[in-house]
Write a protein that binds this ligand. Structure first.
Ligand SMILES: [Zn+2]
Length: 351
């Protein structure tokens, strides 16, 4: 079964929804539908989406956020405008989270990498909240459709509202940054790199916001979207551990941490959400070895690689070679930083 055969970047990966779909519990199967069903419709909407033109939008430099309310509907995005840049908080937690966290993502890219929004030209950040699915339930997912963010409220048991998690917001908006930079094809190894950059930057945004060093960070993704009925620690982890194992609802985290264990089948667009575990872990190993704040050196090496050193069809090996070269440019050949990056890729079996 192919559940993700389009360019839409959903946070909850198809393998997780598939596991839920196989549950004996009808309520859990319904959550899977709420997470999966939306992907198909949104993909159709995407196909008809027109490219945005900065001049048509009256786009200006700087931070510009809009939050829209879908009131449980799935269509058409974006919904009713609830809060715009400079407005005071509104009486809706999800709206204020979407506003605040997209602002944190903007500030991270601006302060750390001197990047002005996703396109480096002040693209407004649009978020729709309370997005429903076609069955009339809350969507148990979040996605970036190339133009805007969309967040469901979850089922309330396994997943809570998707605006709650800064790393989820950072992950999804980073797909936007990827699309305006190396534009990695969302299939196979380049697709897994696309997913990995989204996880790496999502994790870094959270570490930056909460002022954590690489050693202090927990390196888990998607903790804050888990509901009271979920007993797993996160959706993914960049550490060498499994994010979860033998869970009655979610099963076992399928992400490999070494190239020899990579998934080679055709599901999940050739394993984009599965094999991202390999470059994710390489980043983690490099960041831990370098020490300090991960966004300052390892993050910078990865960002410059994403921005200027990868082809659209980049393989893991191409990414490894590029990060090693960028580390040398920034910190010197055979520097501690370059050695850490090379060693990280060696440890995950890519070079
Ligand atoms: Zn993603």
């Amino acid at each position: 079964m192919h559940l993700c055969h389009h360019a839409l970047c959903c946070f909850v990966p198809p393998y997780m929804a598939e596991t839920l779909q196989d549950s004996d519990d009808p309520a859990v199967r319904q959550i899977a539908l709420a997470s999966l069903g939306n992907e198909y419709r949104t993909a159709r909407r995407l196909l008809s989406a027109q490219p945005l033109s900065a001049s048509l939008l009256g786009q200006v430099a700087g931070k510009e956020r809009y939050v829209f309310d879908m009131r449980g509907a799935s269509d058409p995005l974006p919904g009713n405008l609830l809060r715009r840049e400079g407005d005071r908080p509104v009486d809706d937690e999800a709206a204020n989270e979407a506003y605040d966290y997209s602002g944190d993502v903007y500030d991270f890219y601006k302060d750390v990498f001197d990047r002005d929004s996703l396109d480096d030209a002040g693209l407004p950040l649009r978020s729709s909240i309370h997005v429903g699915d076609t069955f009339g339930s809350s969507m148990s997912n979040a996605f970036f459709n190339g133009k805007q963010m969309a967040y469901g409220d979850g089922d309330g048991t396994l997943f809570t509202r998707f605006t709650r998690s800064l790393d989820v917001v950072g992950h999804e908006l980073t797909h936007g940054v990827v699309s305006f930079t190396s534009d990695l094809d969302y299939f196979g190894e380049s697709g897994a790199l696309n997913e990995s950059f989204a996880d790496v930057m999502g994790s870094l945004i959270s570490q930056w916001k909460y002022n954590q060093t690489a050693a202090q960070a927990d390196w888990y993704i998607g903790k804050d979207i888990l509901g009271p009925g979920a007993s797993i620690r996160g959706v993914r982890t960049l550490t060498g551990q499994k994010a979860y194992a033998n869970d009655p609802n979610f099963g076992t985290d399928p992400q490999p941490k070494h190239y020899r264990d990579r998934y080679t089948g055709t599901r999940d667009r050739g394993g984009v959400h599965i094999n991202s575990g390999i470059p994710n872990h390489a980043f983690y190993l490099a960041a831990i070895a370098i020490g300090g704040y991960a966004w300052e050196k390892a993050g910078k090496i990865w960002y410059i690689t994403l921005k200027s050193a990868l082809s659209r069809s980049a393989t893991f090996e191409e990414a490894a070679t590029a990060t090693i070269a960028i580390a040398a440019q920034l910190y010197g050949n055979e520097s501690e930083e370059q050695t850490a990056v090379r060693s990280a890729w060696e440890q995950v079996g890519v070079v």
